[in-house]
Design a protein around this ligand. Structure first.
Ligand code: FE2
Length: 268
């Protein structure tokens, strides 16, 4: 719901979008949290020339129905070729409709016009190292002018959220009590891992977070943490050593859910 409301994070995404346009990006490549595929080494790439938008609960349709999505089939094919060359069992999906984890962020970043965008799926086994390797395989595309984005959550456990203020008053930001210690602790671990490590150490630190004692409290399911693995892969090569991630904005929602916004790297 945060994606449809005003927040510090949404303001930051707008800034990121403006910066991307000023730097003339070729396109956007995203991994979200809601699209996964089945198969040992399988990953899919959005290749639907006319994707619809799957609806999102608690966000008024007026906030997204009219926004025109711009699928980037040429770059999608480039992602497929790159992943295939790296040994992934990869294919295009020409039926996939985009989901709010990606399109609502694009709307916030680029309210006037969607840049050419490619979406890469998760793999339903939710192996951290697999998703890190997907990001690592696509890292060279950063040097070709693509902006890579991972969208999920630092703390995201729908079973533990406090839903009443949202259900009763549409107030997703209500904070009647502080977040749980488990949520604070894991959120801090994410910040420390991303801000305190770079290059291959970033990859190790971020994948290792799934062994953190509070991980299962913070994520009842693994799906919303996979994008962090993707980003660690995409921004954690030897060449990235010395480039540390920065926490630029953060928004808590439903008491215990922490949406931290990190940026790694800068435009050349
Ligand atoms: Fe989600």
């Amino acid at each position: 719901m945060m994606l449809g409301e005003e927040s510090e994070s949404a303001d930051y995404w707008k800034k990121c979008g403006d910066e991307a346009l000023q730097n003339g990006i070729e396109g956007v490549i995203m991994m979200g949290a809601h699209w996964d595929c089945v198969g040992l080494d399988k990953v899919e790439v959005s290749m639907n020339p006319k994707p619809g938008k799957s609806p999102v609960a608690y966000v008024h349709p007026s906030k997204y129905v009219d926004y025109e999505l711009v699928p980037d089939l040429e770059s999608g094919q480039k992602c497929i070729d790159t992943l295939a060359a790296d040994g992934f069992e990869v294919s295009g999906n020409d039926k996939f409709d985009w989901i709010h984890d990606t399109y609502l962020i694009l709307i916030r970043m680029f309210p006037d016009k969607c840049p050419p965008t490619t979406i890469v799926s998760l793999n339903a086994r939710f192996d951290p190292h697999f998703h890190m390797r997907v990001g690592a395989a696509l890292r060279p595309l950063r040097e070709q002018g693509y902006l890579l984005i991972g969208t999920g959550g630092a703390v995201h456990n729908l079973y533990r959220n406090v839903w009443q203020p949202m259900v009763k008053y549409s107030d997703n930001f209500a904070q009647e009590t502080p977040p749980g210690d488990w949520a604070m602790e894991f959120r801090q671990a994410v910040e420390d891992a991303i801000q305190g490590n770079s290059g291959p150490e970033l990859r190790r630190a971020v994948t290792r977070l799934m062994k953190h004692p509070r991980f299962r409290d913070a994520h009842a399911t693994d799906d919303h943490f996979m994008a962090a693995m993707f980003v660690a892969g995409a921004a954690g090569s030897e060449d990235d050593s010395g480039t540390y991630g920065r926490l630029k904005a953060e928004t808590w929602e439903l008491t215990h859910m922490c949406n931290s916004q990190f940026t790694i790297g800068q435009y050349a």
